[in-house]
Design a protein around this ligand. Structure first.
Ligand SMILES: [Zn+2]
Ligand SMILES: [Zn+2]
Length: 316
């Protein structure tokens, strides 16, 4: 007890958080590991390649993005307070709770959809998001395999519209419950849609995201299948924006990307910044060479390389 009293209180908070995450990991593994064994879409070992890296991401992604989000959200709160007419926010605040929750869910989904789509279409964002897509085997743990800055960007895209419309407020704990619930629901559902199960759900698949829906988002079966199914929970958002792909009788065979990514966690975390420096020096050397640029020195954004996601591919 005496030793506990001497500890920095912040260390104690982190220790409690890590213990809580460990308990959640045991619960998730107890649910998904048997299901992924009995109903496997693809045969897979429990201690597969990259399992240690993905376990590291599980803890990192559960702790770091919420810390990194606090500063930009405080800035958003200041901006909303300053630029959005109080009449707008107070009118929406007067809506019944069910209407605010439903509107928040749909607005948040549209925000997440575009944040995710931009992460595929814009080369700078793709550098970070490529880590999530570098998983070559799908299971529930791939849900948290993501660069912290990738998660921060997508969450900001989902949450900022809620603050701008007055559907949530970072300044009031009660009004901040909506985005917390939306992120929580998306995270829990995320473990399910990444899981290695072959289940199909008939017409329900057009209503809510399923493993088949999100596995097609991760496929590396060919260029015609990439850049589909961005929405975290509502396939109808992909249908509206022309990116839905969900065949009834087919499942993807291969996952991952063709560009090489460091196999270790630390290497993956710094890789997007190293790529940035490399592209910058290539750009400088191009400028030095003037207009006689040779093809071999042209900077090709990762999202335009062969067999990696193309910038825009609309499915009609
Ligand atoms: Zn993606
Ligand atoms: Zn995913």
């Amino acid at each position: 007890m005496e030793a506990l009293r001497l500890l920095d209180p912040r260390l104690l908070v982190y220790a409690v958080q890590v213990t809580r995450l460990f308990v959640w990991l045991v619960i998730l593994a107890a649910i998904f590991t048997p299901l992924e064994h009995v109903f496997a879409l693809h045969p897979e070992k429990i201690f597969r390649k990259a399992i240690v890296t993905d376990l590291g991401y599980y803890f990192l992604s559960s702790l770091v993005p919420s810390i990194l989000l606090s500063a930009p959200l405080a800035f958003v709160a200041w901006g909303v307070h300053r630029f959005i007419p109080p009449g707008v926010t107070s009118a929406i605040a007067a809506w019944p709770l069910w209407l605010r929750l439903a509107a928040s869910f749909i607005v948040g989904e549209i925000g997440f959809y575009w944040g995710h789509r931009w992460s595929h279409e814009l080369p700078l964002l793709w550098r970070f998001h490529a880590i999530h897509h570098s998983a070559e085997h799908m299971d529930f743990l791939v849900n948290t395999r993501a660069h912290p800055l990738d998660m921060v960007f997508t969450r900001l895209c989902g949450m900022v519209p809620l603050y701008m419309l007055g559907l949530a407020s970072p300044l009031h704990a009660s009004a901040n419950l909506t985005p917390v619930l939306i992120v929580l629901a998306g995270t829990i559902w995320g473990f399910f849609i990444h899981s290695n199960v072959r289940w199909r759900f008939g017409p329900l698949e057009w209503l809510v995201a399923t493993p088949a829906f999100h596995h097609w988002h991760h496929t590396n079966d060919g260029r015609e299948y990439i850049n589909k199914n961005y929405s975290p929970m509502l396939p109808c958002i992909d249908r509206i924006f022309g990116t839905l792909y969900l065949p009834r009788d087919k499942q993807p065979q291969y996952y991952g990307i063709d560009q090489s990514i460091s196999p270790v966690l630390f290497g993956q975390l710094i890789e997007p910044f190293r790529a940035s420096r490399k592209d910058f020096s290539l750009m400088l050397s191009e400028m030095e060479q003037g207009s006689t640029t040779d093809d071999s020195t042209t900077v090709v954004p990762s999202s335009q390389q062969p067999n990696s996601p193309t910038p825009i591919e609309i499915n009609g």
